[in-house]
Write a protein that binds this ligand. Structure first.
Ligand code: FE2
Ligand code: FE2
Length: 420
């Protein structure tokens, strides 16, 4: 149901129409660039029974900095995104429930229980499953406009999430071969070898040398799902650690969160990049446009972060992330500049060239090495988490480059519903 308070040309309430990005020189033809900043709106699944019938306040127009209330803090007032359009029977029913006050509901009323055969397909590419799981997890981050905060710990919701998680874990296990557990003291070397053996299309080189601005914006739209909450999923690991591994994770996260300077938070640097590219930098602006594999990347981090039993995988995942960051980010930075981006627009990528060269050492040696020294039996978990991160990134790169090589967008078309 469309919210009549919306302008017809907005992506979602609060997402303004395209405006030239201040960080781009020589690019004013935003309208031909996949329509990204002013993407057509997706249908609003909310019902009138929702706890908040007030329209979501508008955010700053795409490509512009918001008017903050605190001059020391560039981040805008937190505006939770609206629920995206449903992508199948699970999200249709789930979203209908979430806009009502929290309540218990019978699991058998949900199609994921009624039609278990639907999970026979590749779960990592299942739009309905990945979006449902992403929305369940997002209740632990910024939540959604019009969704009661008490849903976060609602038993029925957690039961649904567990079913989705089980399928997701099975899908990961099928897609990711489990590396052999390293011997104590060999964790760093094993991680280095795992990363060195990773295969897949080199998306970063394409973005550096060949991608046009529309393609680069698509890439940024995908990445915004994680980068706008950068570091948050791995922060769940901090209270679960002790000693050297805890100190190492905190050291990394301090950088990710700007070392006490709000404007240096990596999520804020990414918002600057988005604005420089003329994109909507509001949280979740492109949630409705990214495909299942992009959601699966974030879902894996949340899965590992929110379950103490996956602590080893969480650390391995972060290590692989840091160990594969510096060189690709140098490519992204060159790509931004080739396309006319200025220093501010490329700063997020430049920052990671420097920071992650350090982070990868801290992550592999101190964080993962320290953890395995304390928990030798969990060395395999660390390697598995790293392998999951690498595999998902390979599948993502295959999706994006495959789409572009066929002349297609790597994003979902607005309004398209995928699923039975
Ligand atoms: Fe970062
Ligand atoms: Fe980092």
């Amino acid at each position: 149901m469309n919210d009549p308070s919306r302008d017809a040309d907005t992506l979602a309430p609060g997402h303004g129409p395209a405006a030239p990005g201040p960080g781009l020189s020589g690019f004013s033809e935003l309208s031909e660039l996949s329509g990204l900043p002013g993407l057509p709106g997706t249908s609003d699944p909310r019902t009138a029974a929702g706890p908040s019938k007030a329209p979501r306040p508008p955010a700053a127009p795409a490509g512009t900095a918001p008017a903050g209330t605190d001059p020391a803090d560039p981040s805008p007032p937190v505006l939770a995104p609206e629920l995206p359009a449903a992508r199948g029977p699970i999200t249709t029913l789930l979203f209908e429930r979430l806009v009502r006050p929290p309540h218990r509901f019978g699991l058998f009323s949900l199609p994921l229980m009624s039609f278990p055969a639907r999970f026979a397909g590749p779960v990592l590419a299942d739009e309905d499953v990945q979006l449902a799981l992403f929305v369940c997890y997002e209740l632990h981050y910024q939540g959604f406009w019009g969704v009661d905060e008490r849903w976060e710990w609602n038993p029925s919701l957690l039961e649904v999430r567990e079913i989705l998680e089980t399928r997701f874990e099975e899908g990961l296990a099928r897609a990711v071969s489990c590396p052999p557990a390293p011997r104590p003291g060999d964790t760093r070397r094993a991680l280095v070898e795992l990363v060195a053996a990773a295969e897949g299309p080199d998306l970063s080189v394409f973005l550096q040398r060949q991608a046009d601005l529309a393609q680069f914006r698509e890439f940024v739209a995908h990445r915004s799902i994680y980068h706008l909450k950068e570091a948050d999923p791995h922060t769940w690991g901090i209270p679960r650690l002790r000693g050297r591994s805890k100190a190492a994770l905190v050291e990394i996260q301090m950088d990710e969160y700007g070392g006490g300077r709000p404007g240096r938070m990596h999520s804020e640097l990414f918002r600057t990049t988005m604005r420089g590219l003329g994109m909507d930098d509001s949280y979740g602006a492109y949630l409705g446009r990214v495909p299942a594999i992009t959601l699966a990347i974030s879902n894996a981090m949340s899965l590992f972060g929110l379950h103490r039993r996956h602590l080893g995988a969480l650390l391995g995942h972060l290590a692989a992330f840091e160990m594969t960051s510096s060189i690709p980010n140098a490519c992204y930075s060159r790509g931004v500049r080739r396309l006319g981006g200025d220093e501010e627009t490329s700063r997020f990528y430049d920052e990671h060239v420097q920071a992650d060269a350090v982070h990868e050492q801290v992550a592999a040696h101190d964080m993962c090495g320290g953890f395995v020294a304390q928990h030798p039996s969990r060395a395999g978990d660390v390697l598995y988490g790293a392998a999951c991160g690498l595999a998902l990134d390979r599948l993502f790169a295959e999706h994006v480059t495959g789409s572009w090589s066929r002349g297609l967008s790597s994003l979902r078309e607005a309004g398209t519903t995928i699923g039975p």
